[in-house]
Design a protein around this ligand. Structure first.
Ligand SMILES: [Zn+2]
Length: 73
């Protein structure tokens, strides 16, 4: 039986992880280095520590929360 309350960590992600400053409120993504890219989109963290780009699955993570994500640097 699955539990909707997600396990503490690590999170399973498919995309690249981008670490940003803790005081960052918004990030912009345009697909960056991936082959196709996508229209530039702004995402607000909206009081969360991470936000996922709906286009390219990149995950923007605040510095303080990065330990919850696999390091890809
Ligand atoms: Zn993106």
């Amino acid at each position: 039986m699955s539990n909707l309350h997600s396990a503490p960590a690590p999170l399973s992600i498919d995309g690249e992880v981008i670490i940003v400053n803790n005081d960052t409120d918004e990030v912009v993504c345009n697909g960056g280095s991936i082959a196709l890219g996508h229209p530039q989109v702004w995402y607000s963290f909206d009081n969360q520590d991470n936000v996922t780009c709906g286009y390219c699955d990149r995950v923007f993570v605040k510095e303080r929360a990065k330990t919850r994500f696999p390091s890809q640097t």
